[in-house]
Design a binder for this molecule. Sequence first.
Ligand SMILES: C[C@@]1(CC(=O)O)c2cc3[nH]c(cc4nc(cc5[nH]c(cc(n2)[C@H]1CCC(=O)O)[C@@](C)(CC(=O)O)[C@@H]5CCC(=O)O)C(CC(=O)O)=C4CCC(=O)O)c(CCC(=O)O)c3CC(=O)O
Ligand SMILES: NC(=O)C1=CN([C@@H]2O[C@H](COP(=O)(O)OP(=O)(O)OC[C@H]3O[C@@H](n4cnc5c(N)ncnc54)[C@H](O)[C@@H]3O)[C@@H](O)[C@H]2O)C=CC1
Length: 218
Amino acid sequence: MIPLLHDFSNATVLVFGGGPVGARKARRFAREARVIVISPAFTDRGFGTAELIRASPEPGEIGAWIDRVSPALVVAATDDEVVNDAVNEAARDRGLLVNRADRAGGREPGGVVVPATIRDDPVVVSIATGGTAPALSKHLRRELEESIDGAGSMASLCRRLRSELKSRDVSANRRREIVTDVVNSPDVWTALRSGTSNGRQVIEDVLEEELSDGGDGA
Ligand SMILES: C[C@@]1(CC(=O)O)c2cc3[nH]c(cc4nc(cc5[nH]c(cc(n2)[C@H]1CCC(=O)O)[C@@](C)(CC(=O)O)[C@@H]5CCC(=O)O)C(CC(=O)O)=C4CCC(=O)O)c(CCC(=O)O)c3CC(=O)O
Ligand SMILES: NC(=O)C1=CN([C@@H]2O[C@H](COP(=O)(O)OP(=O)(O)OC[C@H]3O[C@@H](n4cnc5c(N)ncnc54)[C@H](O)[C@@H]3O)[C@@H](O)[C@H]2O)C=CC1
């Protein structure tokens, strides 16, 4: 499988199944999408801002629910394999993305997996194990969380630095060298992580040095 990023803003995600797994997927997608969860019972409280609809569709009724809601992605998270099969089939028939929570492999086209995710906006890190060990994905997510501390601030710094360098007509090659040096600088990381800098001073220092040596990097 090849990881891709998908923007769900202004899209709808339809989840079948209101247990802990349906809730986790609902919370995940609700940070961006409109989420609707359909289930005869909601055994978990943490559905985020998702809209909950109490219903127990038969396999033959799944397609009609999907048509009513026009989702971009459908999640099959019930404890009934026959229902999950029907969700998978109805979503595929309509060319929609589908996430099966009850399958480790054997995905068909359009089938997607939800990875463990670490965020320090706008930075995002995803972890998956090819379905072999979701608990390992969770463990690695926890282990790696600390190591990306400051990455969001570093990304913002780089965005501002790149735009300043562009507006001063610094060549693409030189921009690449400068940005790479900043990203690799332990001092900059320490300053961002400790909160002693928001990056403004780093940008000013880099620009001053660049302009004073004529921009040739010598
Ligand atoms: C294929 C996949 C499909 C998908 O859901 O997209 C899938 C499938 C299955 N998960 C199962 C079990 C568990 N899943 C978790 C947790 C997570 N599962 C997630 C993703 C995925 N799970 C996809 C593959 C990702 C990969 O490649 O690693 C995470 C990362 C993302 C998320 O769901 O948000 C989230 C951690 C989030 C976090 O904390 O960061 C735990 C741990 C726990 O609950 O504490 C357990 C119990 C321990 C265990 O079994 O490992 C079972 C067996 C069910 C059964 O036995 O009945 C199946 C089905 C099967 O294996 O057949
Ligand atoms: N992908 C993952 O991370 C994980 C996946 N699983 C799998 O996901 C499934 C769901 O896990 P849990 O939430 O823990 O199970 P659960 O049994 O607590 O919840 C299942 C929910 O589906 C609902 N449901 C039953 N028939 C339905 C229908 N026709 N339409 C809509 N909803 C219906 C039930 O009322 C219940 O709320 C498990 O059976 C297992 O196969 C389990 C653990 C982790």
